[in-house]
Design a protein around this ligand. Sequence first.
Ligand code: CUK
Ligand code: CUA
Length: 753
Amino acid sequence: MLSLGLAMSGAAFGADNLQDVMKARGLTDKDILAAAKTYTPTGGRDEFLAFSSGGQSGDVMVYGIPSMRILKYIAVFTPEPWQGYGFDDESKAVLAEGRINGKDILFGDTHHPAISETDGKYDGQYLFINDKNNPRLAVIDLKDFETKQIVVNPIMHSDHGGAFVSPNTDYIIEASQYPSPLDGKYAPLSDFNKKYRGLNTYWKFNREAGRIEPDNSFSIELPPYSQDLSDFGKLVSDGWSFTNSFCSERYVGGIESGRPPFEAGCSQKDTDFLHIINWKKAAELIAAGKGKMINGMSVLPLKTAVKNGVLFLLPEAKSPHGVDVSPDGKYIVVSGKLDTHASVYDFAKIKALIDKKDFAGKDDYGVPILDMQKSLHTQVEVGLGPLHSQYDSKPCVIYTSIYVDSMVTKWDYCKGKVLDQIHIHYNIGHLMTMEGDSEDPQGKYLVSLNKLAIDRFNPVGPLHPQNHQLIDISGDKMQLLYDMPVPLGEPHYAVAIRADKLKPKVRYSLGWNSRKDEKSEFRTRPGREKIVRDGNKVDVYGTLIRSHITPEIIDVEEGDTVSVHFTNVERAEDETHGFAINGTSINLSVEPGKTVSATFTADKPGVYPYYCTEFCSALHLEMEGYLLVRPKGTKTSTGKASQGVKYTEADYTKQLATNVQTQGVIDSVVAYITARNFKDFKPVVSLVEDATDQLNFAADAKKKSEDFAAKKDWQNATLWAQQWFQYQVKTADIGLRAKTYLEEHGAKLVENK
Ligand code: CUK
Ligand code: CUA
């Protein structure tokens, strides 16, 4: 196996016979089949898109399935320069929402992404993800794949069991992990049982606004167990949520002072507690004023929760990890990390015990405990160290990740029997099936999110990538198809959605503040660019379009506070411009239609070039300008700027001839396109729109050139003729792209009317 890479010889590439290539690269029939199931020809699309947490990178990774091609990293809790995230004023405002105690927190440990649901099915509108280290939750809008909001939990000190959405996304769960005092004050560990608490927060989501409403959110105080993962009930179990826990021993370590460590003390008992929460009742109690405000968060006290039948406990096998509600909402599957079994609880049994008040006892906080045996449907031996489970489209079929044994177990949770097992490489954490945690799993593929890669890839030093393995689950036997290195943080969980449910936009409406989702107060139309000075504050209202930044010269005085606001006035798909200024930490990503700002102090006199950082057109390198910072008290220079070459009438005539010739090329392309049914091809229609824009600019430059020529100002006449030519080149480029598209997609000739 390991020699596979080395066996590849130059001969493989010369060969065009499949057998020869297989031989040269040492490939088996099985490999070829796997390749055929994942290979996506150029221009091809994937059936599913996966959103994976980026772990310590504080972001979200987006990739296609089955090709496993990475499409994007969405910056969430951590600055990311390509997207200008944390480098422009608009996104800095989003990151600032995530400040804690006035401090910037530029690291996030992203864990569990969740896609918004309507009636328990993925709807493709929003994505949520939590930060375990600093309990925060982020909202990403899938219309533009941008982070819109970060909310900080004001009373938690770590979270793990989020983000999970209710079947209609009215609430998002965030469950704390390590107990701590809710008021954020100091309390000695000797007060652990009395003053430390666990917590579940139910964040209220306003779908129309696309934002979480902290004021309408609430929390439930829980005993100081280490609450772990959560899941919402669905259908028959709708209105309930489930959160498991470990260390219900409430043990506190202290290895440095000779106490047995946390890991020993936290696994003394044979069982921990699954928390069963009637969240709809909790929401009613909060609405009825039964909550207590702590640090601005409305909290349902533990006593009130117990008294009103909101909270129940159910023993679960030692140190559990995942809790996963079945698509029909009838079963709750829990795996104990230190047990070889997965436990299937029957919600109907649980509900009956609660209704009859048939309890096996109470914990130290008075929370009723249900009887484990009376609640179980079945227990199945699935392997050593079961962690997480995901569902198949086939009824009763579930997949569980087995950490210690490094495998995936496929089993039947209705009949309680193992169906198949496959070894993975190595140490699987979460696993993901397509829409596999919704009411409508799509089957087909499973991705194993492995913690270690060890020997799977070319070595790149002691820090290895993670390994996501794609597995075909369409047949009876699972089949490994693909290894994808993840050179980023450690992805915990991922969710995958049918790609056709996503409807991202191609451009923003002109002058858009994408982080606030409203028209930017700084939007600027072409021709209306201006520099406004107010005392020592300078605002630059500029535009970006192939291939110039307007203004091209920004002249300020030492000590000025400068804000640049750029609007990308392109309408063309994928014509993003960047903007970076030497000597600053500014890089903007300005997608078509967007308005982005950056503010800085011009603290040192000097000359600072700025330029577009996206290779946007043939004259991209000329998409440039100068920031001039004059020494304090000096005036703007009135001298003439360098004119470059001195032009004569002959130069003008020569350029004119070139332009006329170029126009001929454009005309022939236009004739080709308009003679065909181009309107039937949406991408071509937008290319034609874009080309028309460029032709209008060309006409404008042509007019300027001709006006100067009439005045015999050959210098300006030639320069504008050259600008006219630039627009022609862009038009031709776009036109040829449209023509190629039509050729490749079999456009037909239409009758000329
Ligand atoms: S988790 Cu289980 S393997 Cu959901 Cu933090 Cu990482
Ligand atoms: Cu715009 Cu390069």
